[in-house]
Write a protein that binds this ligand. Sequence first.
Ligand code: SF4
Length: 391
Amino acid sequence: MKWNNKGHEFDQVYEHIKGKNKLYLFGAGDYGEKIYDLLCKEKEIQGFIDNDKEKQKQGYCGKRVYDISEIDKAEEGVGIILCVSPYTRKPIMQQLMVEGYRYNETMFTMEVYMSVYYAYELNKTYFPSISFLPSTRCNLNCEACLNFTPYMKTFDERPWEQIQADVDIFFQRVDYIMLFHISGGEPLLYPKIGELVEYIDDNYRDKIHILRTVTNGTVLPKEELLEKLSKHRIEITVDDYREAVPKSSPTFDKLIALLEKYHIKYEVNKVDEWIDLAPMTTHHEDWSEERLCKKFEGCHVPWQELRNGLLYSCNYASYAHVAGIIGEDKDGVFDLRTYEEDQRKELMEFRLGYNKKGYVEFCKRCSGYIDMNPNKVMPAKQAERRKYEVE
Ligand code: SF4
C-alpha cells in the first residue's frame, strides 16, 4: 500500500481495536496459544473459536472453544483475532465475512491486531516475522529457486560481523517477534549457522516466539552442530524433495533420525507445487502506478528481509537485487540504522505493507506470490545447468 498518511495509517483500525473488550481468538492451535499468552493479562479473552468439533469439546488453554454460530456478533465489544497461518486463513476470512464480520472493524488478523496494539497501546514494536538470510550457498540447483541462485555467478555469503550487527540492530528496534526465520540457500551449509543460532538464543530469546530454520533435506549436519541446534531450541522445517531429487532419499531418512535423536523440533514440508516468479519473462515495466499498487496489494507476500540494516518490503525483491536481476530500490526499504523512536508507527506500517510508492520495483519483473502466480512448477525440479550459463 502507498503511504498517504505516514504514521497514522492505522489510527482508524486502532479505534476499532480499542472498542473491543470481548475478544475471541479464532484458531485453537499454536498461534492461538501464543497470542493468548501475550494478551491474556491485558485483555479480556472470552475464549477460542474453531471449526474443529473435537477442539470444541475439549477446550483450549483452559478456555472454552466455540463454534462461530455461538458468538453474538451484535453484542457490544465483540472482536475476533484470526490466529491461523497466513497460508490457511483465506477460507476462514471468507467464512467470517459471510457471517457478517468486517475486516479491521470486527475481525483482525493476528499480524494487524498485535502490531497495532503494541504500537498504539504499549508503545512497543511487534513483528509477525522476518526472513534472515546469512548465505545463499546451496547444494541443489532448483530451476525455480525463489532466491534466484541460478542467476548468481557466485554464492553470496555475508560476513559474520554484518550478520551480528543486523541481529543487534533488529532487536534494538523490535520488542517482540512471532517468527524469526533463518533462511537460505541451504542454511545447514552456512559455516556459522551454529554460532548464529547461539547468538540469537543467548541474547534475544525472550523477544522471540519461534526461532526456525529450514533445510532441503539433502544435507547431513555434523553431530556437534545438531547438539548446538538442539541446545538453542531452534525448530527446523525439513523440505521433502525426494521426488525431484531421488538420490537424496537415504540422506533424508538419516536426517530425520538425527533430528529425533537430538530432540530437535521439526516438521516435514511436502508441497504439490512451487511457483516460478519468472523474472526473465515477466515484463510489466509499462504498467501504470495504480496497476502496480494493486498488484503489490493483491500479492500478499508475507515475508520481509533484513539485510545490512535495511528492511526490504518484499523479500523476493531483495533476493532479486542480491542476484543482480534488478538494481537498488531505495523506495522499497526501511532504514533501521537511522530509525528514531518517533518512527515506531511508520516502522509498524512498513512491516504491514506500506511503502513510499505502494509497490516495489521488482513487481515489474515478478509473477507474484502464491495466490496470483500462474506459473506452477514441480517443487525442486533440478536444472541441467545454472541459468547464467545459458542466457
Ligand atoms: S509481485 Fe513479486 S516483487 Fe511484488 S510484492 Fe509480490 S512477490 Fe514481491
